[in-house]
Design a protein around this ligand. Structure first.
Ligand SMILES: Nc1ncnc2c1ncn2[C@@H]1O[C@H](COP(=O)(O)OP(=O)(O)O)[C@@H](O)[C@H]1O
Ligand SMILES: N[C@@H](CCC(=O)OP(=O)(O)O)C(=O)O
Length: 382
């Protein structure tokens, strides 16, 4: 991300440059009585301080539905999707108005971004979103992000803001993702039901046992600890560590950013990045296209852990861009792998079955790409 010129000298000394802070419904809402404005003003103060010190802070804020429920005097969170969406539309007004008023007190201008999963999965929309975010950060405007609940249905929704925050962290190459919640961090069991549960201070985001200890959320939030662990893994894929911590601790955001050990730190390293990427690919539901590959390519991928080269591609199906996730199937149509393709579908069609030495002649001089799907960007399925 582009740094603000005036703050670049400060930034060099900072441990973290770009930070995504996510605040969940269970914290933002005053025990079901609408937005906790006092708490929001307190977090705004902390965030503004970091922003004014030269950090790039992005905020992912839940709370729209919970605020909508209160504004409509409903007894409880509705079950029907359209009523939830309507509540979100009502509550989002209050949410963004509160954040704007709180941040502007400290001279921090803010902007609202409402995103869906599709906006980040579709390459064109991803690039548009990324360039808007870039422009806002360059102007030193603080993005306040929530899911676009109006258009979110199963297929295109994040379902929880924990993963939305992680995707944003990956997009801006954040160096820290902070999830504020209503517990001290991740415990060895749900602390609501087990008073003997112990706080986990630090762990690899990819540690599998975390899924065994993480349970569901409370009444107002939805995802619970499971979605936070999943989100930390998504962030890990981009090399970004996650801290899950209580939003009620005094000056918590600044203290975590300054390196104090609070809550649970979920770390990542290069190996974990690779594992997380492969898991993310394997979990991908919507394929942008399909590459039919020959037997030699199947062997190279499965037995020899090689990348897929254009020469092994028999047929290219679908309309996709460079970087999209496609499936690789054998001649019988059996899925062998999924991966991020290095060429658009129109380019891929022109170089299918061609040797690497022919690619420059087909796609133009100085063409440096020669791998259809790199093994680091591929998850083997069989
Ligand atoms: N192992 C665990 N450690 C901590 N909290 C847990 C654990 N398992 C389940 N939880 C639950 O997750 C809740 C936080 O998730 P959630 O209610 O979705 O909050 P938010 O609105 O902040 O996203 C906690 O209140 C707690 O009841
Ligand atoms: N977009 C929804 C977010 C719901 C949600 O995921 O909440 P949480 O699990 O508390 O972060 C809202 O603003 O109400």
């Amino acid at each position: 991300m582009t740094a603000n010129a005036s703050s670049s000298s400060t930034k060099k000394a900072l441990k973290y440059n770009t930070i995504v802070v996510k605040i969940g419904s269970s914290l933002l809402t005053n025990n079901g009585k609408g937005l906790d404005r006092t708490a929001i003003y307190e977090w705004a103060k902390q965030i503004a301080k970091l922003h004014n010190e030269g950090y790039q802070v992005l905020l992912v804020s839940s709370g729209a539905v919970a605020e909508g429920v209160v504004r409509m005097n409903l007894e409880e969170r509705p079950k029907k999707l359209q009523a939830l969406q309507a509540c979100a539309a009502i509550g989002q007004m209050g949410l963004i108005e509160t954040w704007w008023s709180a941040l502007i007190q400290y001279g921090v201008q803010s902007a609202q971004l409402l995103l869906t999963h599709d906006d980040l999965a579709n390459r064109n929309r991803y690039l548009n979103t990324a360039s808007t975010l870039n422009q806002l950060l360059e102007w030193r405007v603080l993005p306040v992000i929530n899911e676009n609940d109006t258009v979110s249905v199963d297929e295109i929704k994040f379902g929880d803001n924990d993963s939305l925050g992680a995707m944003v962290a990956a997009m801006v190459k954040a160096d820290l993702y902070i999830i504020l919640t209503d517990q001290q961090g991740v415990f060895t069991d749900n602390p609501r039901t087990n008073p003997d549960a112990k706080l986990i201070k630090t762990e690899r985001a990819m540690a599998d046992y975390l899924f065994d200890v993480a349970g569901d959320g409370g009444k107002l939030g939805r995802g619970g600890m499971i979605t936070k662990i999943r989100a930390a893994r998504l962030a890990a894929m981009g090399g970004c560590p996650t801290v899950i911590v209580s939003g009620s601790i005094d000056n918590v955001i600044n203290r975590v950013v300054k390196g104090e050990s609070l809550g649970t730190m979920l770390t990542t390293n290069d190996d974990d990045k690779r594992i997380a990427k492969k898991q993310w690919l394997a979990a991908h539901l919507r394929m942008a296209g399909r590459l039919v590959i020959d037997d030699g390519a199947v062997d190279a991928i499965i037995k020899n852990n090689k990348s897929l080269l254009p020469v092994g591609v028999i047929e290219v199906q679908g309309d996709f861009d460079e970087g999209d996730v496609v499936e690789c199937v054998d001649k019988a149509g059996v899925r062998i792998a999924v991966g991020q393709v290095d060429f658009s579908s129109s380019e891929a069609k022109r170089i299918a079955r061609k040797r690497n030495s022919d690619i420059e002649a087909i796609l133009g001089e100085n063409e440096e790409r020669h791998v259809m799907v790199h093994r680091d960007n591929m998850a083997i399925i069989v």
